[in-house]
Write a protein of this length. Structure first.
Length: 115
């Protein structure tokens, strides 16, 4: 429990559950550029958690696209969890905070958006 509280205190902004499609542009193991579909599970002003079929490595950079708006953000993988045979949960952070990247109508106060 103490570890969970410590992790929550280190979080830079409140998380919001959001299930939306995104596109990931990255390099695969053979250093070839790939574009894959993913879906977000949880997001915040500094990044999020997504589910996808391709494996990315901790520290790997990639470009995330919001297909609804066409907006792109440069990101970095911070954690990878295997969730089964076909999917990975990829925790990522933006290169810079981007609360407006997500279609959240009422963002938490700590996202720093002007009202």
């Amino acid at each position: 429990m103490a570890d969970t509280q410590a992790a929550q205190n280190r979080r830079r902004s409140e998380r919001v559950m959001l299930n939306m499609p995104v596109q990931v542009l990255a390099e695969n193991e053979e250093r070839q550029q790939i574009q894959v579909e993913a879906k977000t599970l949880v997001v915040n002003a500094h990044g999020g958690l997504m589910e996808m079929k391709e494996h990315l490595h901790v520290g790997q950079s990639f470009l995330l696209t919001n297909p609804a708006t066409g907006s792109d953000m440069s990101c970095r993988v911070v954690r990878v969890d295997e969730t089964g045979i076909e999917h990975f949960h990829i925790a990522f952070e933006f290169d810079r905070p981007a609360p407006k990247f997500w279609p959240v109508t009422f963002p938490p106060a700590d996202w720093g958006l002007p009202s």
